[in-house]
Ligand binder design. Structure first.
Ligand code: F6R
Length: 613
């Protein structure tokens, strides 16, 4: 995961940056770099590989100054290499940038800048930023104005930190959307900036967090925060606790809330190094997938438990639609005792956050024993499930601490989508034009999730109104049917409210008898191919006096006219819509549990890793 650290003050910036980056090392990265203004000139040291390599480089070619910025990179556009590592220097050699996020309109902007005569020194989307900033500096505009104007040109979610040798008294930082946090730390006559609190904790506990669409101008004796429209903002100061657990939570009350917000970054990292937006192709090298084997696969069985199984249910629709391979989803605790019918042309794909779930591991062993090829999608690096698999996709979410799984649900949704596209290409079931479109859609995802998060306050209000309900019914269809299951599971496990989920078409076969004014019905009805069907289900629930909540596409009046409460989501290509529709449901469950005063991160009777049968 990309990390950012910056320093301005009287001390030498280099060791502060290197130590700060070290504190973020556990998040994973593939290259690292720093820039320091030394004797009025920007000096950059950067390399592929680990921080030890960067430290060796700095030892061999020392660099020293009172202002600097550093970065650990997890490759999205362009391979992990020294030239693609951040910081990125502009053509004038006077402006330098580190950046987290994906520039969604990267290809258009690069063409535009190339037409203006800009030569690029890397394959990254981040380099675009430094050239845009340089485009706007001059003619009376300084660095702050240059950054502000450049940000108006780019689409997507971003966190960035910039400095200029012409203005060595300041660091400019900005946050747009939710590409991870930007935290400012106060020292005595010195200031710090970072993507994550742990990077600066050894120096300060006094911090502010930038909100979306805010910029910060750090000087050594303080910070000024403004909106992207140049309006001054008074940001609340947070005092970070000395308790390491509380410190890790940063600006959030619970890990679950933090992890819901981390999804933007986790999804950006999920795409990193796997999506080639220019060629419109997917690479999943850890899967060891050959075209011959892809063509030979007769069946995929996805096996998992709980939330991971719900991700698998979405994967079924994706793989069947895109790669035209039949997919079964089998709860791992059932699969292992079912004498499953598999052979060497069957893939058994296990999904697990912890990689240590006893039932999932046993299912993998059973599959192997019966001659299937075993793959895994796992979060915990080095876990059993990772080691047991013939091929794997590692989730790039970072550790998940809240017992209720959130970011480890949306990441495998995107992994499964990428897998479906790759299989579709290798099997020849996916026309090139369609493939390019499906790949291109992926770049929208982090920002779309960010837009849902921006509506947290609205979800919170609904949660307050509903906090005392005793039961709920969740309905969905098609690709969003598993999201009904996932939403209901989130609600039961952390708020202890009885919640059931059904494919909406099943209502008439029994569950509709439950609907009255005491049984709220939550319907997931974005504009996907099942939209009309969902509308008629909502009408039926409403006609029976139900209190109806709807997850609905912005601007959709038909669904919301019927609803008592609406959770808005931005229009999303339907195959990716579950990544978006689940976010308000996660927030809803979180805020209900929080209003009920429950232990959100450690709900009763549950463990993060279920290592017993
Ligand atoms: C729900 C939840 C559980 C897990 C399940 C599988 O929020 O966390 O349902 O999804 O226990 O765990 P993993 O993914 O570790 O195999």
């Amino acid at each position: 995961m990309c990390g950012i650290v910056g320093y301005i003050g009287d001390r030498d910036a280099t060791p502060i940056i290197l130590n700060g980056l070290k504190r973020l090392e556990y998040r994973g990265y593939d290259s690292a770099g720093l820039a320091v203004i030394q004797d009025g000139k920007i000096e950059i040291r950067r390399d592929a590989g680990k921080l030890a390599q960067l430290s060796t480089l700095v030892n061999d070619q020392p660099v020293c100054g009172h202002i600097g910025i550093g970065h650990t990179r997890w490759a999205t556009h362009g391979a992990p290499s020294a030239r693609n590592a951040h910081p990125h220097l502009g053509t004038t050699g006077k402006v330098v940038v580190v950046h987290n996020g994906i520039v969604e309109n990267f290809l258009e902007l690069r063409e535009e800048l190339a037409d203006e005569g800009v030569a690029f020194n890397s394959d990254t989307d981040s380099e675009i930023l430094v050239h845009l900033i340089e485009r706007y500096i001059g003619g009376g505009n300084g660095l702050v104005e240059g950054v502000r104007l450049a940000l108006k040109d780019i689409k997507g979610a971003h966190g960035l930190v910039v400095m200029s040798s012409d203005e060595p008294d300041k660091i400019v930082a900005a946050r747009i959307g939710n590409a991870g946090g930007v935290v400012v730390g106060f020292g005595e006559g010195e200031m710090f900036i970072a993507s994550d609190v742990p990077a600066i904790l050894e120096h300060t506990r006094k911090t502010i967090f930038l909100e979306s669409s805010q910029m910060a101008v750090l000087k050594k004796d303080g910070v000024a925060v403004q909106t992207l429209d140049g309006k001054r903002v008074e940001s609340p100061i947070h005092s970070i606790s000395w308790d390491p657990v509380a410190a890790e939570k940063g600006e959030y009350r619970h890990f679950m809330q933090k992890e819901i917000h981390e999804q933007v970054r986790a999804l950006t990292d999920t795409l990193a190094g796997r999506v080639d937006f220019e060629k419109g192709q997917i690479r999943l090298p850890e899967l060891n997938l050959t075209p011959e084997f892809s063509k030979r696969v007769e069946k995929i069985i996805i096996t998992a438990c709980g939330t991971a199984a719900h991700a698998g249910m979405v994967g079924k629709t994706l793989i069947e639609r895109i790669a035209r391979i039949p997919v079964e989803v089998d709860i791992a605790s059932e699969f292992r005792y079912r004498e499953p019918l598999v052979n060497e042309n069957t893939v058994v794909l296990a999904i697990s956050q912890s990689g240590e779930t006893a039932d999932t591991l046993a299912a993998m062993e059973e599959a192997r024993h019966r001659g299937a090829v075993v793959w895994s999608i796992v979060n915990a690096i080095g876990s059993q499930a990772m080691r047991l698999a013939d091929g794997q996709i590692s989730m790039q979410t970072g550790p998940e601490i809240g017992v209720a799984s959130t970011k480890a649900f949306t990441a495998p949704l995107v992994d499964l989508y990428m897998l479906a596209v790759l299989l579709g290409e290798l099997r020849g079931t996916l026309p090139a034009e369609e493939r390019r479109k499906l790949v291109s859609d992926l770049r929208l995802i982090p920002d779309l999730v960010g837009k849902c998060l921006n509506r947290e306050k609205e979800v919170q209000q609904v949660a307050r109104a509903m906090k005392d309900v005793k039961n709920m019914l969740y309905l969905g269809r098609g690709i969003n049917m598993p999201i009904a299951y996932e939403g209901a599971l989130k609600l039961k496990e952390i708020s202890y409210i009885h919640a059931e989920a059904y494919p909406a078409g099943e209502m008439k076969h029994g569950p509709i008898a439950l609907v009255d004014q005491d049984m709220p019905v939550l319907a997931i009805a974005p504009r996907d191919p099942w939209y009309e069907k969902m509308l008629s289900q909502i009408e039926q629930a409403k006609a029976r006096g139900g209190n109806v909540l709807v997850v609905s596409t912005e601007g959709d009046e038909r669904a919301t006219k019927l609803a008592d409460h609406t959770f808005w989501v931005t229009e999303t290509p339907w195959m990716l819509s579950p990544v978006i529709t689940v976010v308000p449901l996660q927030l809803f469950a979180y805020h209900i549990a929080s209003y009920r005063g429950l232990d959100v991160d450690q709900p009763r009777n549950l463990a993060k890793s279920v290592t017993v049968e």
